[in-house]
Design a protein around this ligand. Structure first.
Ligand SMILES: *Cc1c(COP(=O)(O)O)cnc(C)c1O
Length: 477
């Protein structure tokens, strides 16, 4: 008691700390208000510690340094760039596609200056924001008309509400998907005001199942790409072309939700083929929906392409206004789509395709180059080896297909929770490194590592003695 009250009297005042050398830096960087508040809370915590028996009285410089560290830590954005070494190229929790330079530049320009978002430069009259991408989308997909909204979930909601609000929507039981989060087809259907009519069974749906379900109340037949799972074995589904015939005969619309959807044949880049949007349109779908930030490699967006009369109806739906995209994204979308006009140079310009197409041999060479530096950085408590692994596309594209990749496997020599602590320390770096814990090792899949120099320099700051920091945890999809 005696010691603590003496120590309490020695504790510097807020003003004394504010007059220290370090506090000058603090105020310069974070302003007087935040600095004062942080110093005050550091002092308050010290006071509590002193009252409960501690006898260490910090100097003014020590208090200021603590406050500086705290503010610097708080100032780090949770959205700062990180290294995605999870092996999942389009990782939903890590922001999916990384944009092409052309898209980034277009977005920056649109942020900085006014743009003709809904303004026709030729006539000086009001224009439409879709005009900036309509022609490109039609040219790339063969559709008559196109519109763009916030994401594909919004595209599905809006299209369903327009085509089947107050009516019935027929879907195969094998295609009632859940994408993750709250996106479950039956729930979206209910919110869109459509009555779900399930047909067929989980593994087999036939043409006659669809025709038997058609009625006066049918608004749409919906086909959904089972993007994050596959039904194998004794299966049967009705293809897009046949469904288009059934829908046309019954005079109802056929909507095809492609999910990822791609504008190019991926086999060109050594990947398995996903259905392209052009194919879905050519098969006779009246409306096709797909994402902007999955295989397409652009910003978050949802595209709806198809028959003119239906797209016009979708655009007249008041919901469209609530789901539209802003000028920044629209500029990035336009620039991304433009790159597709030159397929020969697409992989060179589009990070998503470039990363997906990287051969294992090239990634293995990189692993060999990085092995010594990673070994030094993690220290003697761990063993680092080159490993072969399998990358995933992610975001529900080609769920069962993996791409041969390579990386570094870090194993703990001591066992216990050392590996979790290392993973946490890597997540706590100024540019976090996110790997994948797999079978007793921390795997760093190097497929998505483009900036080796930046990786090496942040690795050098890894403090092996520090207890694990609480960084941004990695959540599963
Ligand atoms: C991913 C996906 C969606 C949702 O798209 P977002 O762009 O994530 O909103 C909808 N349907 C299917 C089939 C999907 O794969």
């Amino acid at each position: 008691m005696e010691i603590s009250s003496a120590a309490l009297r020695e504790l510097p005042s807020v003003d004394a700390v504010l007059n220290s050398v370090t506090a000058a830096t603090l105020v310069e960087r974070f302003g007087r208000a935040a600095s004062t508040e942080t110093i005050r809370s550091v002092l308050a915590e010290t006071r509590v510690a002193l009252k409960s028996g501690s006898s260490v009285v910090p100097t003014v410089e020590q208090v200021a340094t603590l406050a500086l560290a705290r503010l610097a830590d708080e100032d780090r954005s949770g959205l700062r760039p990180l290294f995605n070494l999870t092996g999942t190229v389009l990782h939903t929790n890590l922001g999916r596609a990384v944009l092409a330079e052309a898209a980034i530049e277009a977005a920056i320009e649109a942020m900085r200056e006014p743009v003709a978002l809904e303004f026709d430069l030729a006539t000086g009259k009001r224009g439409e924001r879709d005009d900036h991408v309509r022609e490109l989308l039609c040219a790339l997909t063969g559709a008559e008309d196109a519109t763009v909204v916030n994401n594909n979930a919004a595209a599905v909601l809006l299209a369903l509400n327009t085509l089947a609000g107050g009516r019935e929507a027929i879907v195969s039981r094998g295609e009632l998907i859940e994408i993750g989060g709250a996106f479950r087809m039956p729930d979206i259907m209910a919110r869109a005001g459509a009555t779900l009519v399930e047909v067929g069974t989980t593994n087999r749906t036939h043409a006659k199942d669809y025709t038997a379900a058609l009625s006066e109340a049918t608004g749409v037949i919906l086909k959904v790409h089972t993007s994050n799972y596959r039904i194998l074995g004794f299966t049967s589904e009705v293809g897009g072309a046949e469904l288009a015939r059934i829908a046309a005969e019954a005079n109802v619309a056929l909507m095809n939700d492609l999910g990822s959807g791609t504008l190019v044949d991926l086999s060109r880049y050594g990947l398995k083929k996903e259905p392209t949007v052009r194919e879905a349109v050519a098969q006779g779908a009246d409306v096709v929906t797909f994402s902007g930030d999955k295989l397409l490699g652009g910003p978050q967006a949802g595209f709806i392409v198809g028959k003119r009369a239906l797209i016009e109806a979708i655009n007249r739906n008041p919901m469209k206004r609530a789901l539209r995209v802003d000028k920044i994204r629209l500029a990035a979308i336009e620039a991304t789509l433009r790159l597709y006009r030159d397929p020969d140079r697409l992989a060179e310009r589009m990070p998503t395709l470039r990363l997906l197409a990287r051969p294992r041999s090239e990634i293995e060479d990189q692993a060999r180059r990085l092995l010594p530096a990673v070994g030094r950085a993690v220290g003697r408590a761990f063993t680092v080896t080159i490993c072969q692994c399998e990358s995933q596309i992610g975001s529900g594209a080609l769920p069962l297909d993996t791409i041969p990749s390579a990386g570094l496997a870090i194993a703990s020599n001591a066992g216990g929770s050392a590996l979790e602590h290392l993973a946490a320390a890597l997540r706590g770096l100024s540019r976090p490194v996110i790997g994948r814990l797999d079978d007793g090792a921390l795997i760093l899949d190097l497929r998505c590592l483009t900036d080796e120099a930046a990786f090496l320099s942040v690795l050098n700051t890894l403090d092996r003695s520090a207890p694990a920091q609480s960084g941004n945890g990695q959540r599963s999809r």
